[in-house]
Design a protein around this ligand. Sequence first.
Ligand SMILES: Cc1cc2nc3c(=O)[nH]c(=O)nc-3n(C[C@H](O)[C@H](O)[C@H](O)COP(=O)(O)OP(=O)(O)OC[C@H]3O[C@@H](n4cnc5c(N)ncnc54)[C@H](O)[C@@H]3O)c2cc1C
Length: 653
Amino acid sequence: MDEKKKVGVFVCHCGRNIAQTVDIEKLMEKVREKYDVELVEDNMYMCSDPGQNLLKESIQAKNLNRVIVAACSRDMHEPTFRSAAQEAGLNPYLVEIANIREQVSWVHDDKEKATEKASKIIGSTIEKVIRDEPLEPLKIPVVQRALVIGGGIAGIQAALDIADAGYEVTLVEKSPTIGGHMAQLAETFPTLDCSQCILTPKMVAVSRHPKINLLTTSEVVSVDGYVGNFKVQIRKNPRYVDVDKCNLCDDCTAVCPVVVHDEYNQSLSPRKAIYIPFPQAVPASYVIDEETCLGIDPLICSKCKDVCLVEAINFDMQPEIIEEEFGAIIVATGYDTYPIENIGEYGYGAHPDIISGLDFERLLSANGPTQGVIRRPSDGKVPKTVVFVHCAGSRDPAKHLPYCSKICCMYSTKHALQYKHLVHDGTAINFYIDVRTAGKDYEEFYKRAAEEEKVIYVRGKVSEIIEDGDQLLVKGVDTLLGEAVEVHADLVVLATGLVPSKGTQEISHLLKLSCDSKGFLKEAHPKLKPVESALSGIFIAGTASGPKDIPETVSQASGAAAKAATILASEFLEREPQIAQVDPTTCGLCHTCINVCPYGAIYLDEGVRRITVREALCEGCGSCAAACPSGSIELKNSTSEGIRAQIKALLQG
Ligand SMILES: Cc1cc2nc3c(=O)[nH]c(=O)nc-3n(C[C@H](O)[C@H](O)[C@H](O)COP(=O)(O)OP(=O)(O)OC[C@H]3O[C@@H](n4cnc5c(N)ncnc54)[C@H](O)[C@@H]3O)c2cc1C
């Protein structure tokens, strides 16, 4: 015989949040009158200790076997009330939340109607709770090892933190060295410390850490599985130089006949087809660029191989597929800068002295193409007037990026200061829309530039940059004075915003991660889960999820590492059991559920010819249940029959 359902309803005032719009006394009366419930109680704050104690004591005193808390959204306090019920001996999956705050008090002001609606929501929730079955959380074994994708400062920090916590980490970087964009910067705002000096100790720490397996020139090619048990294939592309043998003698570059643009120096200087990306690269080894090297066919050229006394060069190296399992994944695939060649009126690419912010970083760097002396790319002269254009291609919804990248005002200010430090009699002019300095000590940094170091700030947008003799003419409008302004400059630096890197876009497809409207990876919740993706066990760090400076990138990386470590810390993971289940007796094997499942959780088990749910992968989203034409797949504790009863209760009240 079915047990009698003894439902207890607990109504929360949420201070005045609910009580000011819902008449609590009346609501309780209505619930008692209309529905078959054992008990109705209220409390000022059900989530408080007294509120939870009331719930626990009532379960025991009245032998309640179903509980409804009429309060805020499920996301807020469902776990709180479920654990309280569990402590009182009730299966936690027999507790339901009726949301009378977000769905009632916050969106209505007519007290009578709001109270009526709250009562209907409780009635509908009763229809659900009486059909709920007791469930047990799923237990999933965990592979206690992490994968970090992307070796910029975000990936480096995340890998070091996880490794320092005692877990093995594989760090996959697609280029020949780790370091990312930070390795290209000269000095960093707001302290102006040397970027390489603070970055390279961390790069070396990665290479020496016994728990970190560093794979450069490598890419993730497939990911299968689920939280705790990701099965990953990584393609390690050949670098054609044996890292262990290479002694960095440089004899190979001396004889290499192939000269190409050096991407590390933003194509402002050449490199050879065999090269080291920069002196402090990790791993410390040369690499052959297979796109341009002639020696990949040694019959044409093998000059580097011939001079390499330690026999480090091996043209026969082949791509290698490495298969590994991981419990958690951190995606730290970074950014690219907005392609300024898109801004025709600014003349990037058409004139060598119109350069980007990253180009300027390389001119400022001691290991850059001019050894840290600011020289115009056109004639090598030291520029006496430099114009820095903020928001180049940003905050321009009509034609370019609609958003602000947060860092460009700061890096342009930094550039102007660095220029003044190097060219004492030089003039630095910044064209800006507004100066945005949200960060610790950022406003002081800007004030120092504008007030103490005489950097000129002109409030206005640049409309055009044209060649004028051996100078450039920058045309714009000074919006404070309300008049047109024209400035002759020897060099123009365009501050472009950040866009998702190509690698970020690729990895989002591979891992099926959602992206926001700008193409950056989307967080599970922008405020409460900023380093989690919507997929369990996959975390996001750094600029892959949006423009950030280094401090924010590093703190996010440490946050993602801490989240990943909490997964790796246990041998088993518990997961919610409200997942899909198939009735094989009515299932027509039409595959609709397989096609609509966004998590790849459903498959046809060929052995038994049955549609099967991979329990650990199912997120309980219900897409399959909604799409199934025969109603053969349903979510546990959310059956179609139950949902119909809930709707009926809402409509009839
Ligand atoms: C001109 C300029 C100046 C700046 N100056 C400052 C400053 O002074 N102070 C400051 O705080 N911030 C500054 N920044 C911002 C700073 O560069 C970033 O905050 C920081 O570099 C972000 O690091 P990241 O690891 O998120 O990304 P990235 O540095 O972009 O690193 C991403 C890494 O992932 C790799 N990768 C990409 N896709 C894949 C893939 N699919 N598989 C494997 N690897 C992949 C890339 O090769 C790269 O190594 C500046 C930015 C610019 C443009």
